[in-house]
Design a protein around this ligand. Structure first.
Ligand code: C2E
Ligand code: CA
Ligand code: CA
Length: 248
């Protein structure tokens, strides 16, 4: 399927809550079969994590993003930073950081256009080793983001120990804001906490205007969700970038 190019990079824009302008995007994989049926990652990623194929797939996604950015940069077209999900399986490899650096090098990709997302659920007690690994890529200029923040067991420890730049608050908290004052408080305090630590905060799964205005009121930095845009094929996303103004 990889050789047949059945795996497609979809991109979902991220928006600045104040200016309502696009400031970046997340790459999300889609498996589009020959007959046009689309399979979503939740159905195949767990299988690929078991059989090891995820390593190839995640690097393929990174390659595709770097290639797209390189083509645009060569033509002096506007580029926004793109984040790419990284499976925990990748991190077991001793050559992981070197492999990532090589992909960026081979496409001459500015590292500040690449952000890597690690889900909070993967972190256990080997945080010191994880921090070392992450620092290697951070020193190159790549940014790290913690995905699904608040769903694991060690959220606060991660903020303390890891060289993280961006926190993505899990959608579940936002889902509950209408019914739970507790979730509202958690989001608000998480935004405050991470910003005081000089990190950016993204809220994912924003679906309603009410949610967006709450996030804006508590000064959350960025939002991602169906309210703004659904994940879209790369050519469609490129058109969005073509028409975007860059906000300094
Ligand atoms: P994630 O990284 O938390 O990605 C966000 C998911 O929420 C995406 O689902 C996205 O389409 C969906 N989403 C975005 N906005 C909204 C919204 O407003 N409402 C709702 N209900 N959902 C929204 P998707 O694309 O099906 O991906 C599911 C998960 O699969 C991702 O969760 C990520 O953990 C994993 N994944 C996706 N692509 C890759 C990849 O290339 N590599 C790896 N290792 N994992 C991936
Ligand atoms: Ca993600
Ligand atoms: Ca997430």
């Amino acid at each position: 399927a990889l050789a047949h190019k059945e795996f497609k990079v979809y991109l979902q824009p991220k928006y600045d809550l104040v200016t309502k302008k696009m400031v970046g995007a997340e790459a999300l994989v889609r498996w589009v079969k020959d007959d046009g049926t689309m399979i979503y990652p939740d159905e195949f990623i767990p299988v690929f994590e078991k059989n090891g194929f995820i390593k190839q797939l995640d690097f393929y996604m990174l390659e595709q993003v770097c290639e797209m950015l390189r083509k645009r940069l060569t033509k002096n077209k506007v580029c926004f930073p793109i984040s790419i999900n990284q499976s925990r399986v990748l991190l077991n490899s001793e050559t992981y950081t070197a492999d990532v650096a090589m992909v960026l090098n081979s496409h001459d990709t500015p590292p500040d256009l690449i952000e890597l997302e690690l889900t909070e659920r993967i972190f256990s007690d080997s945080l010191d080793e994880m921090a070392k690994m992450m620092s290697v890529l951070k020193d190159l200029g790549i940014r790290w983001s913690i995905d699904d923040f608040g769903t694991g067991y060690s959220s606060l420890n991660l903020l303390k120990k890891l060289p993280v730049d961006i926190i993505k608050i899990d959608k579940a908290f936002l889902d509950e804001t209408e019914t739970s004052n507790v979730s509202k408080i958690i989001i608000r305090k998480t935004v405050e906490l991470t910003q005081e630590l000089d990190k950016m905060v993204v809220c994912e799964g924003v679906e309603t205007e009410e949610q967006a205005s709450y996030l804006k009121a508590i000064h959350c930095d960025l939002a991602q969700g169906y309210l703004y845009a659904k994940p879209m094929p790369m050519d469609e996303f490129e058109k969005l970038m073509d028409s975007a103004e860059v906000v300094a």
